[in-house]
Design a protein around this ligand. Sequence first.
Ligand SMILES: Cc1ncc(COP(=O)(O)O)c(C=O)c1O
Length: 492
Amino acid sequence: MAVDHTRAPVLEALETYRREGLLAFTPPGHKQARGADPAVREVLGDAVFLGDVLASGGLDDRLTRGRVLERAEELMADAVHAEHTFFTTCGSSLSVKAAMLSVAGPHEKLLIGRDAHKSVVSGLILSGIEPVWIEPRWDPERHLAHPPSAAAFEKAYADHPDAKGALVTSPTPYGTSADLRAVAEVCHRRGRPLIVDEAWGAHLPFHPDLPSWAMDAGADICVTSIHKMGSGLEQGSVFHLQGDLVPPEVLKLRADLLGTTSPSVLLYAGLDGWRRQMALHGKELMGAALDLVTGLRSAIGQIEGLHVEGRDDFCGPGLADDFDPLQVIIDLDGLGITGFQAADWLRAERRIEAHLADHRRLGAQVTHGDDRETAGELLSALRDLARVAPELRPAPKVEVPPPSELRLAQSRSPRDAFFGPAENVPVKKAAGRIAAEMITPYPPGIPAVLPGERLTEPVLRYLRTGKAAGMNLPDPSDPELETIRVLETEEE
Ligand SMILES: Cc1ncc(COP(=O)(O)O)c(C=O)c1O
């Protein structure tokens, strides 16, 4: 039967709900805005409250006989070439955990690229899955990690034939991708599933000039944040499934452990609407975004002191396999300032928010929501930034260790270390101790330290100097990073 992508079941059901004027003696207690504080209504607008209804016993009937959500998920699956799609309203932070739980259980092994997001690490802590860390491909010159190679997964399976599957992050928040087809083949030769954390890849299925999409590359499960590169609302995420290595009912059961019983219909509507927009106009919208970014990248490249990182910098032997040009990553080395300084200056002086900021780079994500005007504003702000850079110098120095020193040894499982007896010690005395918490520069959100890793002086120096230079570290127990939570006892 032909699939009709002009339909949007969640949005249509919401319209019907309003048209029929259903009167709810159910949550949410604001009762279609009537009970909400007028001051809140003024800021948020009533549309937010009108779209905020119960998913079952509201949007759909008590027994979900209208199959509203199911139909929306089926349409999404069709649009992105998956067999099954699941909507969630707790971000990819939930989706990725659901995916992990559907592949491995407590004390079972999962091969995971060490450049994973912190939500993967919290999935390990909650589930007791044992990580076998796979090294990303490090670019020592740029101090940047790209997704691991298929060969690295091959070797890890040879060393750990009992591993239940693999998880790779692709694209990374810097836009660099793995050869997903090759990684999937490595997994499938052993009858094991591949999970792709494709949080940054919502747009990939909709244009042939973008890096390959996990479902097309043969992955078994992929996780996508529709709010990152797509036009869903914050927290709207999906996971897609294909093949017979992970039964859909297992994925559903395991996801059910994590999800809310009160999903936001607003977020469902955002997912549903994005799918319709992309199924009908995706190629054209993504094509326009790619054209826009090509011009923008080359104009930024003309600004003295700025280098826009591209395929030549990120892809090649020992580096990434592909690259998403919509992530405009700008190396500021030539200006002698940090990404933290640049991001703060752009917000304070030009009201522009950059996305990524690290010790030497600034990242601006461009989407189909941008146009010549927004790109022009970014460009002119960057020209001004280059002009004022001498006033921002000297930049505080972040002591970034070489890749070999950045990687810590996993001495305990993340779960055992997180729940073990712990104490806080001064950072100066923490080298040699086993971390009992995560420490994550954000964005991009890849933990520099995770529970169970043995701390070293170079990594502690990196975090201390980074923090002093403006690095955002949202998760350690001591926000000032004067102390670190470590395991009390260390018997092997
Ligand atoms: C690679 C990766 N995976 C997962 C997540 C979690 O996504 P969400 O913010 O939708 O929970 C992020 C968020 O930044 C991410 O970068």
